[in-house]
Design a protein around this ligand. Sequence first.
Ligand code: C5P
Length: 316
Amino acid sequence: MSATRRARLRALAKINLDLRVLGRRADGYHELRTIFQTISLGDRLEIAFTPGRRSAIQLADDRIPDNLVVRAAQAVMDTVRRAGRVEMRLTKRIPMGAGLGGGSSDAAAVLLALPVLAGGEVPLADLCRMGRDLGSDVPFFLLGGTAVGVGRGTELFPLPDAAARHGVLVAPGIHVSTAEAYRLLSPSLTTELQENKMVSFQSQAWKWGDREPAVNDFEPVVFGRHAPLARLKKRLEQSGAAPAMMTGSGSAVFGLFRTAEEASRAMSSLRESEMAGGKGIRFSLVSRARYRSMWWRALHEHTGANLWPLRSRYLR
Ligand code: C5P
């Protein structure tokens, strides 16, 4: 009987430091300009692969039908052509429907880890294609750190690390559907607006936060429906956050502070009534180097060399 290969992973959340929606594309998706950033909040994923004659994929405590993690595992198994049993257990810490990319990050974690455990080699370009098929935010988690996303958000350009900041995040008990947020925003997008957005985004991406205020185009439509989110943003600004903004299509709102003390003070001054049924979470920004060393630590016993994506030591 073959030995089981196990790993315990952290699948980190993302925030959007800037997010502009230019217009609807012929394929039904919207053209984006965004800055993604990985943060220290993460789900836990335990994953085990046991080589064997038959393949099977199991997710313990699966309360989410059609879970992206299972689809990611299936995509890897179809690609690496190694038979065996995949067992996974997911402990959610990243609030869902909050614009934090939790489900996408879980899926990307499987794309990064399972080839290593199963003894297959999947080039980064193929992982990105598999990620795109699972969801627009998945490819970013194959890169981590700070990155510009264009197109559907799946064409990525790494940026130098954003300055170290201390964050406070509030994930309210409001679930925003991404597709619905795009539908609400779409009618207001015009060609003239697109050009202005591109120019101002470019100067933002050049040196994030230094030149122009950060923007999230979803705020007007989502705040229009959920007034407590607008109040939350204002409240974080008043306590010194720069910027304070919503991430993705919501509903989480975050604030960044220069010092840990400022962030802690802001967090403890938030009243329960101001958090729209949610809770406050402290976080830090995770650089690409830190992201990759986290992956290396989680998988080092199954890899030979510290390359990216990590290479399996079970390659035949
Ligand atoms: O790619 P993903 O499955 O995460 O997208 C969810 C929904 O969000 C899509 O079905 C689409 O309605 C919308 N979307 C979009 N433009 C994007 C990304 C997502 O219109 N760039």
